[in-house]
Write a protein that binds this ligand. Structure first.
Ligand SMILES: Cc1cc2nc3c(=O)[nH]c(=O)nc-3n(C[C@H](O)[C@H](O)[C@H](O)COP(=O)(O)OP(=O)(O)OC[C@H]3O[C@@H](n4cnc5c(N)ncnc54)[C@H](O)[C@@H]3O)c2cc1C
Ligand SMILES: *[C@@H]1O[C@H](CO)[C@@H](O)[C@H](O)[C@H]1NC(C)=O
Ligand SMILES: *[C@@H]1O[C@H](CO)[C@@H](O)[C@H](O)[C@H]1NC(C)=O
Ligand SMILES: *[C@@H]1O[C@H](CO)[C@@H](O)[C@H](O)[C@H]1NC(C)=O
Ligand SMILES: *[C@@H]1O[C@H](CO)[C@@H](O)[C@H](O)[C@H]1NC(C)=O
Ligand SMILES: *[C@@H]1O[C@H](CO)[C@@H](O)[C@H](O)[C@H]1NC(C)=O
Ligand SMILES: *[C@@H]1O[C@H](CO)[C@@H](O)[C@H](O)[C@H]1NC(C)=O
Ligand SMILES: *[C@@H]1O[C@H](CO)[C@@H](O)[C@H](O)[C@H]1NC(C)=O
Length: 538
């Protein structure tokens, strides 16, 4: 008895070890060949349309694989030969294709990454450290505007430009409070709690979402009612990719005046930019809700002395009203800006969308339908939140550091207004009342190579570190849509709750726990995972 029990337990231990080893090496050794056939067969079985399936599945041998993959790579840092590539790309034409993809990927045990606009700053919608399939949503991009009901159903493969154009086609007095990049995808932007230049009046994109459709881990297509309260809450700011494939969002339109006003005013340090920034902090988060004044700060060579570096402060604004009213408002509240009527341009809302996207005056709204931006740059972004105004001395110290580093820009995005009225736990996005503004750190460059990459990513990390005294602490908050893998990576370890907690509390503060609870309930096997997904708690 005693003799036989020893080998029995050894055997089971060995068996477990073999299972662990085999599991690891099996997935590492996976190739397109071993995955493609069973996956394709499964898709055909689940969709009953072999014809269509062959047109929407791209394995690495297919001639167009590379162009399909590259079409939505928006950061040149992740466009190299050493960037991990998907075994298969799938481009669904209808909901049932999404459902079959989830069922079949799950049944063969392969990860899927979901891509809408591909603008994730760290490329995690099309990169992975394990074998994976990209589910690319660009064919699912119908935008259905119902002006009578003031609602829009937006498939997640649509871009913001397509959304804004579709609204404008139907009405000149409606708009939507989304982001300023026309090629940004609805799937990532909305699910991450996207915002734009009307947030002080109308809140975030997700504050205006009234319904959604999602394909869950079982391949079921659910809407607001059938997905339940927690899941509907989670996909409005908690990041879609932890929970399922979001197929569409239904939103409420907002009213915009027939004429809105924009301006851009710039001052360098020699022109007392520091005073301007001091006053901006007093005004921008508290002024009229209809006014959004973004502040951009960047090092540049001085006009007074070309061999000296200065800081340029640019105030870029949208006002949901006319120029006379704006000039009089800011004459009282923000005299250091010195705004004149000549500095303002009145235009209709859709032209303000183009203006904010830096298109030349007179550019046709149809340009918003262009999905192919012509620049392919290298970029890195980070974020922070500010709850107390930064003093004059503090600002001067920051300028000194920015000038030393040489290339990092900051963007201050004012909050307040509607953002103060929405409770911090209403949706996963927690950065509401108490926040004066959000900072985006930004560096963009043109030259490839590891040395250059290291140079600029080191600079941006340094500036972020220098900013510690001025920004939120415990947690030091961050914005999910400004994806930043520096703040903690979940290495897909199924026991990585602690790792997930690091970035999870930064992105979601006290809402992290409800996201974990929801995730654990709807996807207990952690099928929908990525570098910064919501972890499971067992
Ligand atoms: C030029 C530019 C301008 C920007 N301006 C703003 C701005 O004004 N305001 C703002 O808030 N942000 C802005 N951003 C950030 C932007 O909102 C985020 O990068 C956003 O996540 C991009 O969405 P996407 O669909 O293009 O990206 P993707 O890379 O396709 O996706 C991003 C993330 O969402 C997941 N995802 C995508 N689609 C789905 C889906 N259908 N279901 C489930 N998960 C999905 C992906 O897997 C990935 O994790 C800007 C970015 C750029 C590059
Ligand atoms: C597909 O369906 C056929 C016929 O029903 C079945 O034999 C086969 O096992 C199925 N394959 C997959 C991968 O589901
Ligand atoms: C990716 O590389 C290809 C080939 O060099 C290039 O045409 C494309 O513009 C690049 N895209 C990005 C975003 O860098
Ligand atoms: C508009 O709203 C009404 C009332 O809520 C609803 O009955 C109708 O179906 C809606 N129309 C569309 C096209 O959704
Ligand atoms: C604002 O208008 C005034 C008066 O025309 C002009 O002198 C000034 O340069 C303008 N400022 C900017 C930033 O355009
Ligand atoms: C900057 O401020 C100083 C002191 O208030 C003032 O004398 C000077 O005219 C200002 N310069 C500009 C360009 O506004
Ligand atoms: C311009 O700046 C450089 C570097 O700070 C300095 O050496 C030089 O004297 C300045 N020139 C003038 C005309 O002020
Ligand atoms: C590193 O950054 C500095 C400051 O922006 C720049 O002057 C220098 O050329 C960069 N070096 C490389 C190798 O990119």
């Amino acid at each position: 008895m005693a003799i036989s029990s020893v080998p029995a337990s050894l055997t089971s231990l060995l068996f477990v070890l073999i299972l662990i080893l085999f599991d690891g090496s099996a997935s590492a050794a996976r190739s397109t060949g071993s995955v493609y056939e069973p996956f394709l067969q499964c898709l055909v079985n689940h969709t009953n349309s072999a014809d269509q399936i062959s047109k929407i599945v791209y394995d690495q041998k297919k001639i167009s694989y590379t162009s399909v993959l590259r079409a939505y790579i928006r950061n040149a840092r992740f466009n190299t030969t050493s960037t991990p590539k998907p075994l298969i790309i799938l481009t669904p034409l209808q909901e049932s294709h999404v459902q079959a993809t989830v069922i079949c990927a799950k049944s063969i045990g392969i990860q899927i990454k979901i891509r809408s606009g591909g603008h994730d700053y760290e490329g995690i919608s099309y990169i992975s450290n394990e074998p994976f399939i990209v589910l690319d949503m660009f064919n699912l991009r119908k935008v259905t505007v119902d002006i009578r009901n003031e609602t829009v159903v937006i498939q997640t493969g649509a871009t913001l430009g397509e959304l804004y154009y579709s609204i404008w086609e139907k009405s000149k007095v409606h708009g939507f409070p989304g982001g300023v990049g026309p090629t940004v995808g609805v799937g990532g932007h909305f699910s991450g709690g996207g915002y734009g230049n009307m947030l002080r009046k109308y809140g975030l994109t997700v504050d205006n979402v009234i319904d959604a459709q999602i394909v869950d881990v079982n391949g079921k297509l659910l809407n607001k009612e059938s997905m339940g309260e927690d899941l509907f809450w989670a996909i409005r700011g908690g990041g879609g990719a932890s929970f399922g494939v979001i197929v569409s969002y239904t939103v409420k339109l907002v009213r915009v005046p027939e004429k809105v006003t924009v301006f851009r005013v710039e001052k360098s340090l020699e022109e007392n930019a520091t005073d301007l920034v001091v006053q901006w902090q007093q005004v921008a988060p508290h002024t009229d809700d209809r006014l959004f004044m973004r502040l951009l700060l960047a090092p540049e060579s001085s006009k007074v002395n070309k061999s000296q570096i200065t800081i340029r402060a640019s105030v870029v604004a949208l006002f949901l009203g006319g120029a006379d009213e704006l000039v009089s408002l800011l004459g009282k509240e923000f005299p250091l800006l010195g705004l004149k009527k000549e500095n303002c341009t009145e235009m209709n809302w859709i032209d303000s969308v183009l203006w904010w996207a830096n298109f030349d005056t007179g550019t046709k709204p149809e340009t918003l339908l262009d999905r192919n931006p012509d620049s392919a740059k290298f970029l890195k972004r980070k974020s922070d939140y500010v709850q107390n105004p930064i003093s004059r001395n503090g600002l001067e110290w920051i300028w000194k550091k920015m000038i030393e580093l040489g290339k990092i820009g900051l963007v201050f995005n004012p909050y307040g207004g509607k953002m103060n009225d929405i409770p911090a736990d209403a949706l996963p996005f927690p950065h509401r009342a108490g926040n004066l503004f959000k900072i985006q750190y930004s560096v963009t460059w043109d030259e490839p190579g590891d040395v250059v990459d290291k140079n600029y990513t080191t600079q941006i990390r340094r500036l972020h570190s220098y900013m510690t005294p001025f920004v939120t602490k415990n947690p030091r908050s961050a914005f999910l849509n400004y994806r930043d893998l520096d703040i903690g990576i979940n290495h897909y370890d199924k026991n990585s709750y602690e790792q997930g907690e690091v970035y999870g509390t930064k992105y979601f503060n006290n809402n992290f726990e409800r996201l974990v609870k929801t995730k654990t309930a709807v996807d207990p096997e952690n099928f929908f995972r990525n570098e910064q997904s919501i972890p499971i708690r067992r």
